[in-house]
Design a protein around this ligand. Structure first.
Ligand SMILES: Cc1cc2nc3c(=O)[nH]c(=O)nc-3n(C[C@H](O)[C@H](O)[C@H](O)COP(=O)(O)O)c2cc1C
Length: 184
């Protein structure tokens, strides 16, 4: 094994998303890289949200939120809502909001893929809160939806690496999951 011990504050590339909430009758958005699917049925996601972020108040207040996956053309707007806090900056007009059944889950019109989520649970960790939500509705730009599959490459979803704080585009298809392993 040719490994060296490195700083423990690392992870592999993460999908970039934008959390959408409503606070004080307005939309607020924040960039989120720490997000994953965590339950199969019903479908649930979890995010690690900083305990002091303004958006967390909206989730606690309304028990609803949206998760939006931006394309590369929204990189600057995504970064912007990841730099400035709704505590001091009104970010409600950065994106155009539409709504599905959940009226406190603003779906970002400019994002090709958006999820409406109902809060399931918040788990408190020392610096972040694990926000678990059930995906209630999913809205996908029809240009990227073919045969019940999403074409993420065409959609131009992008990724984050830390601690170098860089954004990366989607790569190439290299195999078939739940299939290629059978060759062994
Ligand atoms: C690329 C990027 C990814 C981020 N990912 C997260 C994250 O996963 N969790 C988190 O708590 N903050 C994350 N942030 C920081 C928040 O988006 C940022 O502090 C934001 O201003 C909080 O907004 P709010 O106070 O209006 O809620 C990220 C910021 C950037 C630029």
């Amino acid at each position: 094994m040719d490994k060296i011990k490195i700083d423990n504050n690392v992870f592999i590339p993460m999908p970039m998303s934008i959390l959408g909430v409503r606070i004080n009758s307005k939309e607020n958005y924040m960039a989120v890289g720490w997000i994953s699917r965590v339950n199969a049925n019903p479908p649930m996601i979890a995010m690690g949200i900083g305990n002091h972020h303004f958006s967390l108040n909206g989730i606690k207040e309304n028990k609803e939120f949206s998760v939006n996956f931006p394309a590369e053309d929204l990189l600057i707007a995504t970064d912007y809502v990841g730099i400035y806090s709704g505590k001091k900056t009104d970010k409600s007009n950065v994106f155009k909001a539409t709504y599905g059944e959940l009226k406190n889950a603003p779906l970002i019109d400019e994002c090709p893929l958006s999820l409406s989520c109902k809060l399931v649970e918040i788990i408190n960790l020392p610096s972040n809160s694990i926000v678990i939500g059930e995906i209630r509705e999913v809205f996908c730009n029809k240009a990227y939806y073919e045969d019940k599959n999403i074409n993420f490459k065409a959609m131009k979803a992008f990724f984050l690496t830390m601690p170098d704080n860089k954004y990366w585009s989607f790569g190439h298809e290299i195999g078939k999951a739940w299939s290629d392993g059978k060759i062994l």
